[in-house]
Design a binder for this molecule. Structure first.
Ligand code: AMP
Ligand code: GLY
Length: 431
């Protein structure tokens, strides 16, 4: 089988790395890829949103399976475009991708089908939003409706912060048209966890749990990013809670969509808050999380290519999926300034030494080759990932590798996984 992965981040590096291990996969390409992906796959310089270019490449190169990594092409309808041309693609159709592309669409679906989530109101007029804030209690959360690379959500502790958020999103349009509508939402207290699932629109198979670290700085301080690190499993998700996530959230989401005439095929991402009254949805994504993918795929024992084909063909019911019992951790090394403005082109050293360390995988997120060196080319630069028998061990391995790597302005969180370690309750009753 010949495979094309679309995208250029750490998630896509992990996807290519895992798909390559499948005995079914004979040749693998990535469009456009990055320097790390280029060392294990053929990178083709086609943009993830250039559907005509991607479909032409797939047709000319006898690609049997195209995998859409990021949300932007899915939200723009890459699955529909490929299906119309008889090309096989892993990822949901445009109507289904609205679950991520519009937080208002997702919220209405959850309300209609009784899926637990934060209470919220929708605003299209900044004056009305500001006038509502005058009567509301903080903390609360202001969210741009559309796609904003994980950055369009502002948790406001004070009224002034909430007003500034409305100003930035709706008036200054920091996230473009994504901010033409907003949600103002109840603040949910608790610990976050990510649950991903494979689904073909009928059968749902949840994956192992993971926890992202969205805030830029240690102790969850600073602005939201695309994700600064992750680990799996997340002990906050006990087996009981995992069952509840399946029956109270994942199943009604997929069956609710089906009742709306939408068949969801692909990976469904539920970003959850574990509150005192149980799990509630913070957001859906319509693809693997980044960096959650980097900690989940090294734990997947089964053949990812086989699972993806079963999803596309609506045959997931027959698929067995098994996992390694180990722990994984990923520390993202980012450019100075991220998630705000940052410089690129900084030479990265120490990659080879880090990659030789036991149990370490360095997934590239934003890198490019420059004069024979590997240099930074994005906000998130590397996802330094490791596995071990314990989380403590995985973290030690990951940070040892991080310390071996350097580039000018490199920044990373030094507290990845600490929430799990602090639990210290020896609760291994998790998934
Ligand atoms: P989202 O992209 O909607 O997942 O939001 C990004 C981050 O903002 C989440 O991972 C949470 O850390 C935080 N967040 C979003 N919604 C809420 C909420 N209702 N209550 C508390 N925190 C939230
Ligand atoms: N890590 C969060 C996301 O992929 O959206």
């Amino acid at each position: 089988m010949r495979v094309l992965v679309v995208g250029s981040g750490g998630r896509e590096h992990a996807l290519v790395w895992k798909l390559k291990q499948s005995p079914l996969v004979k040749k693998i390409y990535c469009a456009p890829g990055n320097a790390g992906i280029g060392s294990i796959a053929g990178c083709v310089n086609i943009d993830a949103l250039d559907f005509a270019g991607l479909a032409a490449f797939a047709a000319e190169n006898d690609i049997d399976l195209t995998v859409a990594g990021p949300e932007a092409p899915l939200a723009a309808g890459i699955a529909d475009y490929f299906a119309e041309r008889g090309l096989r693609l892993f990822g949901p159709v445009k109507e289904a991708a609205k679950l991520e592309a519009s937080k208002v669409f997702a919220k209405r679906l959850m309300e209609k089908y009784g899926i637990p989530t934060a209470k919220s109101l929708v605003f299209t007029d900044p004056e009305e939003a500001l006038s509502y804030l005058g009567r509301a209690e903080t903390p609360l959360v202001v969210k741009a409706d559309g796609l904003a690379a994980g950055k369009g959500v502002i948790v406001a502790e004070t009224l002034a912060e909430a007003e500034a958020a409305v100003q930035r999103i709706m008036v200054n349009r920091e996230f473009g048209d994504a901010g033409s509508r907003i949600l103002i939402e109840e603040f949910l207290a608790g610990e976050e966890v990510t649950v991903l699932a494979f689904t073909d629109g009928k059968t749902i198979i949840p994956m192992v749990s993971s926890q992202d670290h969205k805030a830029a700085y240690d102790n969850d301080q600073g602005p939201n990013t695309g994700g600064m690190g992750a680990y799996s499993p997340a002990p906050v998700l006990t087996k009981d809670l995992w069952e509840r996530v399946k029956t109270e959230i994942l199943l009604p989401t997929v069956s609710g969509l089906r009742a709306e005439g939408i068949v969801y095929r692909g990976v469904l991402y539920a970003g959850l808050m574990i509150t005192a009254s149980g799990p509630k949805v913070l957001e859906y994504n319509v693809r693997f999380g980044d960096p959650e993918c980097q900690v989940i795929l090294p734990r997947l024992k089964s053949d990812l290519a086989e699972i993806m084909l079963a999803v596309i063909d609506g045959k997931l019911e027959k698929q067995e999926i098994s996992w390694y019992d180990n722990h994984t951790a990923c520390v993202v090394m980012a450019s100075e300034g991220y998630p705000g403005a940052y410089e690129t082109g900084k030479v990265i050293s120490g990659l080879e030494a880090a990659e030789k360390m036991p149990g370490v995988y360095v997934f590239h997120a934003g890198t490019a080759e420059k004069d024979g060196y590997i240099a930074t080319a994005g906000g998130r630069v590397l996802g330094v990932t490791a596995w071990d028998k314990t989380l403590q061990g995985a973290l030690e391995r990951a940070y040892r590798a991080v310390n071996a790597i350097s580039f000018a302005g490199a920044r990373f969180r030094s507290d990845i996984g600490q929430k799990a370690l602090r639990r210290n309750d020896n609760n291994y009753d998790h998934v």
